[in-house]
Design a protein around this ligand. Sequence first.
Ligand SMILES: NC(=O)c1ccc[n+]([C@@H]2O[C@H](COP(=O)([O-])OP(=O)(O)OC[C@H]3O[C@@H](n4cnc5c(N)ncnc54)[C@H](O)[C@@H]3O)[C@@H](O)[C@H]2O)c1
Length: 423
Amino acid sequence: MTVGMGAVCTTLIAGVEAVRKGIAKPIGSLTQMGTIRLGKRTEGRSPLMRDFLPLAKLDDIVFAGWDIFGGNLYDAAKTAQVLDKETLEKIRPYLESIEPMPAAFDQNYVKRLTGTHIKSGKNKRDLAEQIRKDIQAFKKKTDRVVVIWTGSTEIFLKQTAVHQSLAAFEKGMDDDDPGIAPSQLYAWAALTEGIAFINGAPNLTVDFPAMNELSRKMNAPIAGRDFKTGQTFMKSVLAPAFKTRMLGVSGWFSDNILGNRDGEVLDEPQSFKTKEESKLGLLEMILQPDLHPDLYKDIYHKIRINYYPPRADNKESWDNIDIFGWLGYPMQLKVNFLCRDSILAAPLALDLCLFMDLAARTPSLRGLGIQEWLSFYFKAPDSAPGVYPEHDLFIQSMKLKNTLRHIMGEDLITHLGLDYYGE
Ligand SMILES: NC(=O)c1ccc[n+]([C@@H]2O[C@H](COP(=O)([O-])OP(=O)(O)OC[C@H]3O[C@@H](n4cnc5c(N)ncnc54)[C@H](O)[C@@H]3O)[C@@H](O)[C@H]2O)c1
């Protein structure tokens, strides 16, 4: 079940249907195309993940969701301008058969959008209960459910007292507490129904103590927030490369132009602030200036996102990185990524749904609440209280693969490798 059926969501659903029909390949999806090495390098065992793991099959996935605009997904996909007309026509009847349910929405949290297809209720608790009913009805049609937020970026919210315990949060819903955004109502409804919840956007939705408590209580997994797709994906590749060679960084300027509805929402300062905070944390976490003050203590990190309609979903980003090497001599690196926002995000959304569904069925994982092994997919990964989150893409990837080996009772891979040399 997807909350928000805009560009990312329609690209996900259209893509899954195109793959099912044999029209296209699921490129960018680890669950569909990735392999996993098992045992020693000499054993030659590297099955496809989807053959190794008991993941749901694409043919078995059924989609439903909510949006603040009505109409079917064919029209929504056309509005999103991600996929070409030829591809959309081939799957048109399928997309036309899906229509969003009315959403729980409040314009105070996404100021640039005016919803026309929304629920009304006497307070936030009432809206959340209506979402629960939607989920219960869908549960009757399916064996298992996961809920994913592919909705707009809400305004920046900080944790307050209402987020500190489940009891405080539930009372807050009764009292219409302003700290509770619509995304949190969906998360509460899903977790209360014992269903995993994924947050693809940067808003404060599940990463606070009340949701952590609910997630553990209901054995319903949660993870981080905000898909790590374009510029931040590149940052989490390059920053570890500099650090691993002990090269210094004095500045990192990241600029973007983006013309889709997400870009329009992010043009509003309070939604931009939410995105900015989610993108900013990563460099400090990876570079650890406290451990390496000579290399990273004075880094100047700046992020800009400009709404530029002519580009629609085809985002362009520029990074200027000022680095320094041996004896402090300066160098520069420029990265110009002409990417496609939803083309990068859709396979991550698919993988997260399949992996979270697997986590919900794995006894050693589901009671943990936060699924830190899925940090690989998020700009702002979540982690246990007191443990710093891991942002380095390659450590995240190793952690993910070792968790999959753990789930299947295979040996973990440490990369020590002494045994190849007779030790
Ligand atoms: N590469 C990427 O595309 C990428 C990467 C990371 C994060 N994200 C995030 O994913 C989210 C979706 O991006 P998108 O490009 O699909 O945006 P979009 O604007 O095309 O779609 C979002 C949809 O959510 C709907 N919506 C807003 N509030 C809602 C609510 N309360 N309930 C139900 N529906 C609601 C909107 O009507 C819209 O149709 C954004 O928050 C974006 O920041 C995208």
